[in-house]
Design a protein around this ligand. Structure first.
Ligand SMILES: Cc1cc2nc3c(=O)[nH]c(=O)nc-3n(C[C@H](O)[C@H](O)[C@H](O)COP(=O)(O)OP(=O)(O)OC[C@H]3O[C@@H](n4cnc5c(N)ncnc54)[C@H](O)[C@@H]3O)c2cc1C
Length: 420
């Protein structure tokens, strides 16, 4: 019997957010958790699923997606004109916490990375023609996409160092470069590619050397080399070479040189969403841990819950989840109010994945061998938590950013105001 997420209205919280949380949790509890093991046609032993298993998974997903649409919970990140809920940043952050209780469930609500991030960038920077050609098919599920920024030979933590170039020849951009970890690279119909469009020696172009360009994956010269294996498994995080790839100039997103700003747009709110996702996943790991502690009898016939080591796991995990959740919600509220959240976003980006890692680690320990097996979602959560400490800006870079922001305030003759 799968655990259920215990979601009740939060006193003092906006009624609409409470309603959204309850309605989302109802679908997670009633429709997703009971069939979770069959939803993704993944075999516990790593072997390929059979046709029957794949068809069953597809049908289950499609039934849930229909229900999500009927209940008005589809695509919280999109405006209504593009089939979404148009609920704004804060409500979506609260919804993510619930969706992430079941790994992958966001896809059943129309939120699939990297498509969802690309949809937001296309909405903000795309022309009406680009909306027609790329955004609408993407929101309708007729196209897939990827975001191609990181390179094997340059530090991804410093996007200004990227070496993939786009050179203007007449009405075309000519792209050359080598990327990797372009997620969804096999299925993508187009990629948003981060390209250097101005030379390092051009002093005029400081801070505006990068441009994002839409590249169809069937463009001549685009070579998907391989899916880079991740955590010992094959993946669709692809290594890609761009060899004189030509696309019309009209495929550039926004003005020339806006690539870096567009990437920051993607990452700002995105980091808060990711942290809310991590909190939902921690909540699940915590529920699973307590379920095991209250049912497993060990030496002397006592339940695990009676052992003080194990009680420490409950307390430490409770503290980790509460701290992570309150920090993230504080940051989200501040962002919604238009405050300066630079240090706050970096702080949650460091703290939350580490807390997530600790909570899942304890849950795995409590479950023993079952914790690392494919029978529970814990092993997948563990690798996700570890990966989050380096993706989207590694811990060290965010720590440096926090320190610099704080020092700037002190050098300006102020202290740090922790209340604002
Ligand atoms: C599963 C997965 C999916 C991904 N999907 C995508 C995607 O879809 N598109 C995409 O473009 N990228 C993607 N990435 C790439 C990801 O964004 C990068 O891995 C990340 O930005 C870090 O860049 P890097 O790997 O080049 O590490 P580097 O920049 O080389 O950093 C390596 C390490 O060096 C240390 N370090 C770096 N800078 C500093 C510093 N200033 N001071 C002190 N220490 C430092 C940190 O410990 C850091 O972890 C994905 C990565 C993973 C793992």
């Amino acid at each position: 019997m799968p655990t259920r997420m215990n979601v009740k209205p939060i006193p003092g919280l906006d009624d609409e957010i409470n309603d959204l949380r309850l309605r989302t949790a109802e679908i997670i509890n009633e429709d997703v958790l009971p069939v979770e093991a069959k939803l993704w046609a993944v075999r516990d032993d790593g072997s390929r699923p059979g046709r029957e298993q794949i068809e069953e998974a597809k049908a289950l997903r499609s039934d849930i997606q229909d229900k999500v649409k009927r209940r008005g919970l589809w695509a919280p990140h999109l405006p209504t004109a593009f089939g979404g809920m148009d609920i704004g940043f804060l409500r979506q952050a609260y919804m993510n916490e619930i969706l992430a209780y079941s790994p992958g469930a966001a896809a059943l609500f129309g939120v699939v990375a990297p498509n969802s991030g690309n949809q937001k960038i296309l909405l903000k920077y795309g022309t009406p023609e680009q909306h027609e050609k790329w955004l609408i098919p993407l929101t309708e599920g007729r196209m897939q996409s990827g975001f191609s920024m990181t390179e094997p030979d340059q530090p991804g933590s410093d996007p200004r160092s990227l070496q993939t170039t786009a050179r203007l020849e007449g009405d075309e951009w000519v792209i050359n470069g080598h990327k990797w970890f372009t997620s969804n690279g096999f299925a993508a119909d187009f990629l948003i590619v981060m390209c250097r469009t101005a030379d390092e020696s051009d002093p005029e172009a400081a801070g505006s050397r990068m441009t994002q360009i839409i590249v169809p994956t069937d463009a001549p010269g685009l070579e998907v080399v391989r899916g880079v294996p991740v955590w010992g498994r094959s993946s669709s995080h692809c290594e890609i070479r761009y060899n004189n790839v030509r696309v019309p100039k009209s495929n550039q997103l926004g003005g020339t040189g806006t690539g870096h700003a567009a990437a920051q747009d993607r990452l700002g709110a995105g980091r808060i969403y990711h942290c809310m996702n991590s909190i939902g996943a921690m909540w699940r790991a915590f529920d699973l841990m307590v379920e095991r502690l209250t049912t497993r009898a060990v030496h002397g016939g006592e339940l695990l819950e009676d052992k003080q080591f194990m009680q420490g796991f409950i307390a430490d995990s409770y503290i980790d989840i509460q701290a992570a959740r309150l920090m993230t919600i504080e940051c989200a509220n501040k962002m919604e109010a238009g405050g300066n959240v630079r240090a706050d976003i970096s702080a949650i980006k460091v703290f939350v994945p580490a807390a997530f890692h600790r909570v899942v680690d304890r849950a795995i320990q409590v479950w023993g061998a079952a914790g690392v097996s494919g029978d529970l979602p814990l092993a997948g959560m563990y690798t996700t938590a570890r990966t989050l400490r380096l993706a989207d800006g590694p811990d060290e870079v965010h720590r440096i950013l926090i320190a610099k922001t704080v020092l700037r305030a002190y050098h300006a003759g102020q202290g740090w105001d922790f209340g604002n």
